[in-house]
Design a protein around this ligand. Structure first.
Ligand code: GLN
Length: 280
């Protein structure tokens, strides 16, 4: 079978399983299987596809048909300015989370040698995007998941910022190392009982550890705010991603821990998504 016929056949399977953009996704999967870009595919669509590649491609099509996110099938996702390695154990980087990067870069335009802490580093997409643009900053990332730490280490090497990054396997409560100019976090903030109602791709395939915010959705956010208030320098900035309906409750938690609210920023869907505040 040639490359094009395999793609057409694969796209049909995806379409029958209600996957949006079936042709595009089939092309992306093919490009991953034969390790060539989509331009190559366009120019070589009549080329014969060996049986090993065809089998692998069809296996990926089957998995995608069951709803597995494409990022997990090709093990990568583009975020901010770079492509990141992701695995089943990391949350897939969301475009909405780029807000944190944007805010940090704006706040630190003329700053040097800042110490940044990320609580719950996951794939590393947030802090590594910042370190890539602020070459003289020092990053520290913590996570309770060893496999997330492994992935963020690989991403740090890929982005050539690993010499500026320290990683620790730690629970947020237990971490007591250092004082930071800036703390960032996208903690799990979905109410436990709501996880099953998220989009199927998310609920079924993304790590619960990165989503589950406990009974009221705020149990991890509470810990992150408390810890940040202890580890942040006076006048340090704290940038936190929150759920669409958590603004008021989170603001009151922040104020209680001595933070001044600078701004609440909306995501692409016009939901409150990211809070910037200062330790006073
Ligand atoms: N924003 C993610 C979602 O929509 C949740 C991420 C999180 O809990 N930090 O599923």
């Amino acid at each position: 079978m040639n490359i094009n016929s395999a793609i057409v056949q694969g796209a049909k399977v995806l379409e029958d399983n209600f996957i949006k953009n079936p042709f595009l996704e089939a092309e992306i999967l093919m490009s991953n299987v034969i390790k060539k870009d989509r331009i190559y595919i366009l120019l070589n669509s009549k080329k014969y596809l060996g049986s090993e590649n065809l089998n692998f491609f069809q296996k990926l099509i089957k998995k995608r048909s069951c709803g597995k996110p494409i990022a997990y099938l090709i093990n990568k996702k583009f975020f901010w300015n770079s492509e990141f390695i992701v695995s089943n154990d990391t949350l897939i980087p969301r475009p909405d989370t780029e807000l944190i990067v944007e805010k940090v870069l704006k706040l630190t335009e003329h700053k040097n040698k800042l110490n940044i802490l990320e609580i719950g580093i996951g794939s590393g997409c947030i802090i590594l995007s910042i370190l890539k643009e602020r070459k003289n900053f020092y990053g520290t990332g913590i996570d309770i998941s060893k496999s997330c730490l492994n992935i963020s280490k690989l991403n740090a090497i890929k982005l050539k910022v690993s010499s500026n990054l320290k990683l620790f396997k730690s629970n947020v409560d237990k971490f007591t190392l250092g004082k930071y100019d800036l703390i960032i976090s996208n903690p799990p903030y979905i109410k436990k009982s709501k996880i099953k109602y998220l989009e199927k791709d998310v609920a079924k395939f993304e790590p619960e550890l990165a989503l589950d915010g406990g009974l009221d959705g705020l149990s991890e956010i509470r810990k992150v705010i408390k810890k940040s208030s202890e580890l942040i320098k006076k006048n340090g900035k704290f940038i936190l991603e929150i759920g669409f309906d958590q603004k008021n409750r989170v603001i009151s938690l922040l104020k209680k821990e001595g933070f001044y609210i600078n701004s609440i920023n909306k995501d692409f869907a016009n939901n409150d998504r990211c809070i910037v505040c200062t330790k006073i």
